[in-house]
Design a protein around this ligand. Sequence first.
Ligand SMILES: [Zn+2]
Length: 239
Amino acid sequence: MKQNGTLLNTPLNKDMIELSDLHIDEMGDNHIATSVDTPMRADAFDLSDDEKVAAIEKHFKAIMDVLGLDLTDDSLKGTPRRVAKMYVKEIFSGLNPANKPAIALFENKYKYNEMLVEKNISFYSNCEHHFVPIYGKAHVAYISNGKVIGLSKLNRLVEFYAKRPQVQERLTVQIGRDLQAILDTEDVAVIIDAKHLCVASRGVEDDTSSTVTSYYGGKFKEEATRNELLRYIDLKTDI
Ligand SMILES: [Zn+2]
């Protein structure tokens, strides 16, 4: 694992030991993550968003060109720019810490000391191995340590970390750890149930399976608390 991480985090250069095609294919299809933090270069934000859009437009045009697509066709000619803008300003906007939602905390004036669960948060992400969608539901829970968070901010935080090239395990841990830091408590849980289009629409082509991941901190490591959370998530919400 360690060795893979080192190799993958090293910028490509001629001295680097190349991963064989077979290794790359196997690793991607097994969806192995190399670290909790999204692997980013130190110069990741040297370019402005607009400079990134211009560069990606050029490169995406080249991909379409190699595929033999006619870029003079009215339907296709705007695609490179559309894709570039979508990458930078929408589906991968969560790579940039500047886009992290501002999160205000409030005093727990109600003295509500039970767990709070925000369940069925819909999210859309993309698999970092294939760049095709991962989508599903996130359930986020915490027990207040004196501070409470605006409910919509839980959705916003899920959305922020989802808008990156991701693996589901990392997405789960990133949300959990950040919430622990924001709320200054270990008592946080995150459960994600998601579909991966790289599993459904290609490769093994299984469109019925879904992937469940979880992150349990503090009191949620205790069986009774965890079971309570799972019961709440199971509640039928026909409101
Ligand atoms: Zn994938």
